[in-house]
Design a protein around this ligand. Sequence first.
Ligand SMILES: *Cc1c(COP(=O)(O)O)cnc(C)c1O
Length: 402
Amino acid sequence: MPGSELFGAEEQKEVNDVMGTGILFRYNHDHLRNGIWKAREFEAEVKKITHAKYAHAVSSGSTAVACALAAAGIGTGDEVIVPPFTYAASVEAVLFAGAIPVFAEVDETLCLSAEGIKKVLTPKTKGICLVHMCGSMANMDEIMAIVHEHNLVLVEDAGQAFGASYKGTQVGLFGKTGCYSFDFFKIATAGEGGVMVTNDEAAYKLADSYSDHGHDHIGNNRGMEQHPIIGFNYRISELHAAIGKVQTSRVPDIIQRNNKNKKLLTELLSKKEGISFATIADPAGDSATFLNLLLPDTTTAQAIVEEFNKAGVTGFNYWYTNMYHFINQWDHIKELKTAARLPVEILGAPQDYTKLDLPKSQEVIGRLISFGIRCTWTEEEVHTLAKNIAACVEKVVVLIDS
Ligand SMILES: *Cc1c(COP(=O)(O)O)cnc(C)c1O
């Protein structure tokens, strides 16, 4: 959790600015707010790092996905390709948009693969909700080729890859719209918050209105504003935005420190039998929030997880059995257990979600153990961790070899 590792006086100062005026609302009250506009400043910081033309801050990464989908024109009945390995919010957002998720395979990039996308394309495919996982990125050259060839709408959920880039372009800016999360577990945190980005002015305006009951945000009299579309309330508060602003400004430094620590940990582990690593489509653009180990097979990975637990090694995720990130544990989604009916239940889906056949994803995620990189690690701590990881891996790999 690098963002939350660096939390201090600057965050407090920014929050105090807001407390000083008492204007916790991001819009209007111009004469009472003493020139303090934290949501706008948060958006400016995000634009500085991503070079997005437009950035719009909202209440969470999840609502940022919802805004990104709506602003890209994805709605009821649209078939949208999604990965089985993501934070569930990406799939939930597609469902709540009224659209129909279609699951495709991920590969060793931990993201949707071009090959996986091609296999599930139909004439009814409207778009892709591409998720950049574990701090790095999908293979964008291959994915953009399919997007262009089939005229698909690309929405990028870069919820956990803020600051990562591919061949010089920030993830989130390849598609029509993109988004980032600033929840407590991300590279920068606002406490709760998200930002939608785009280079398309019309999409930005739609997201801006969608997230605030359709308001056009023209002028400074909220009661007299026009409503170009129907929207809802996905607004961020000034208090959260104040924290998000400072945390975002720390990201270039965090990425540099993460990469240094990840490079050392990778070097120390790279000659160990049995250990390989997930593919980073552009290593120069890695935000380096995770070191993703790929073990020879699922059985070996599970045995190593047991060894880690026995030895007290912490700071890793085994997503294959974790309740949040992989489809194997999403019974509620596969069985469409809803509080009230969603469009997908009436329209039907082209896949039976309880009988999905995703062998490549099962294989890759079964082999994957991800270690969170801390930007505050000392070199000595990295060496100790590497030694502990190697010892556990060795025990299992030797056992299997003999
Ligand atoms: C964290 C995350 C989200 C959701 O963000 P919240 O801010 O927690 O709502 C969405 N997508 C991905 C890929 C995430 O990692």
